[in-house]
Design a protein around this ligand. Structure first.
Ligand code: NFK
Length: 250
């Protein structure tokens, strides 16, 4: 199922039948990805007087409650509402769903006790071309990222200067396989989040950050067509499923 996308005078082709899902799904229990010191998510059948929402236990339907936090337990996309006094819903602010995206692989640098991505590293991988969406896969890239509990592990993050570099290059949608673009314990500064949304200046309210993605090693760095949508939650963040389509050689 080949689709043609026209950009300026150039035509690109993608195969809609070959989507590359780079989300981490939510599965109830302790093997789920986790961050921010929360208990694992729970998926459990509704039980009321004379009813159980589980067919295997005699119920007429499977009818589960799902207890989770989008920032901790699943690939999620967030808008500036994550850090502003005003309520902003990602479901309203993300209202385009297709973007040109560049996938890059970066090994965060050791900076003191931390690992972080610098502006220089992004300069190196982004070259001169701007891209609406940037997907950062960090090294080491292990399958265990899909079930890791990041709480108290001081995960890698992006330096504020790296975010300034992205904003200068008009990157509107940033996707990372980390739990945050900021340091786990930064005293509430959130410097990279603030820089990305230009808090205090002209807010970049259509910009989004997607965290906790997982890009398998079999997917090559390069340009992709990205479909990014959130589950329709009116909240600062919502579960999302970024899907890539390879640009076919023509
Ligand atoms: N680093 C912040 C905490 C933080 O960033 C955070 C806390 C809970 C849920 C999400 C968070 N950041 C997500 O990007 C702090 O130390 O206060």
């Amino acid at each position: 199922m080949i689709a043609t996308i026209t950009r300026g005078s150039t035509q690109y082709q993608i195969d809609l039948a070959n989507p590359i899902d780079i989300s981490i799904p939510l599965v109830g229990g302790k093997d789920n990805v986790n961050a921010w010191y929360l208990e694992p998510p729970i998926i459990e059948p509704v039980k009321t007087e004379g009813f159980i929402g589980k067919v295997a236990e005699g119920g007429s339907v499977n009818f589960n409650m799902v207890h989770f936090n989008p920032h901790s337990h699943v690939t999620h996309t967030e808008c500036s509402g994550h850090i502003t006094r005003e309520v902003h819903s990602v479901n309203r602010h993300l209202n385009n769903y297709f973007f040109w995206a560049k996938l890059v692989t970066v090994a965060p640098e050791k900076i003191g006790d931390d690992f972080a991505i610098s502006a220089k590293q992004l300069e190196y991988v982004l070259d001169d071309k701007s891209t609406e969406a940037l997907i950062i896969r960090t090294i080491p890239n292990v399958e265990a990222k899909r079930s890791k509990d990041y709480s108290n592990t001081n995960p890698a993050y992006l330096l504020e200067e790296a975010i300034h570099f992205l904003v200068d290059h008009d990157v509107k949608h940033l996707l990372v396989d980390l739990p945050s673009v900021d340091k786990e314990r930064d005293g509430g500064q959130l410097a990279s989040h603030k820089a990305f949304w230009n808090i205090g200046g002209e807010e970049r309210s259509d910009a989004t950050i997607t965290e906790l993605i997982y890009v398998p090693n079999t997917i090559e760095d390069g340009m992709y067509w990205l479909n990014l949508q959130v589950a329709p939650f009116e909240n600062d963040a919502a579960p999302s499923r970024p899907v890539l389509f390879k640009i076919l050689e023509t």
